[in-house]
Design a protein around this ligand. Structure first.
Ligand code: NAP
Length: 250
């Protein structure tokens, strides 16, 4: 089967590797924002498609039979475009995202924000050092509301703009474990964690550390799924979805 995976995440890479192993013709599409990204097996293309119309052209030209959108849960625009384009072309599509943190037992103790603006306003009410882990693209949304606060800004790549004077950059792509996170929180006397519901296990240790140390958490809610969208939370479930499609084709 000819499958397009919208990638840029670890689970997209794992999925592509398995689908290639199973004999499918897989192309992974990357936005092209990450330097030295680890590439999956199979074909790789880089860069935007040019909106819904561009993606429709790509799907038709390459006779794609199924699309799996495994982009980050916060890549809302790409998700909307992918869903619309697949509906127009008439091919099946699946959303693969990591399991949301909203199901964690301590989730109802967090301060949930609908977006970065709201999170920045909320954060002004809490004293003490802030650990900000909202990704490179959105760190600068907090420059103004938290301009005079001590903020440790942790991202996988440094933001392009210079940081406010009271901020400190921590460039680290993990993996993060509980011992390391507890040590960081204690050494820096972190009082507030601002993060977004990226979900999954790889970056969840900071939440365990916050719960164990009684650190306040502001959590930005992820964009909702679209009406009628089929979604799964693991590469294994996505493989089963493809297996069912292949079965139907026979
Ligand atoms: P976005 O706002 O939903 O997408 C903006 C535009 O970027 C899309 O309309 C599309 O351009 C292009 N694009 C996004 N993902 C693409 C892909 N996999 N292949 C080709 N074009 C893509 O997305 P974003 O939040 O900027 O994220 C961009 C990429 O970074 C995604 O692949 C995502 O998985 C990864 N990422 C995002 C986050 C995050 O927090 N948002 C975190 C880690 C990794 P056209 O309209 O021209 O097609």
């Amino acid at each position: 089967m000819r499958i397009l995976i919208l990638g840029g995440t670890g689970s997209a890479r794992v999925l592509a590797d398995h689908l290639v192993e199973d004999g499918h013709q897989v192309t992974s599409s990357m936005a092209g924002r990450t330097r030295n990204a680890r590439l999956p097996r199979g074909g790789v293309r880089v860069g935007g498609f040019g909106g819904v119309a561009g993606l429709v052209d790509y799907l038709e030209l390459n006779r794609i039979e199924a699309l799996i959108n495994a982009t980050h849960p916060f890549a809302a625009q790409m998700n909307g475009h992918a869903f619309q384009a697949c509906q127009q072309v008439g091919i099946p599509t699946l959303r693969l995202t990591r399991h949301s943190w909203a199901d964690r037992p301590e989730a109802d103790t967090w301060w949930w924000a609908v977006d970065h603006d709201q999170a920045g306003c909320l954060a002004q009410q809490f004293p003490g050092t802030i650990l900000l882990t909202v990704g490179r693209q959105h760190s600068n949304d907090y420059y103004r509301p938290l301009a005079d606060r001590r903020v440790l800004c942790r991202t996988t790549m440094a933001p392009d703009d210079p940081l406010p004077e009271t901020w400190e950059m921590v460039v680290d792509r993990g993996p993060f474990d509980l011992a390391g996170e507890m040590a960081l929180f204690a050494a820096e006397q972190v009082a507030l964690l601002i993060t977004k519901d990226s979900g999954g296990e790889q970056t969840a240790a900071k939440l365990d550390a916050a719960a164990s140390l009684g650190v306040q958490v502001i959590m930005i809610a992820r964009p909702p799924l679209l009406a009628g969208q089929t979604a799964v939370t693991s590469a294994d479930q996505a493989l089963s979805w493809v297996a069912d499609l292949t079965q139907d084709q026979r």
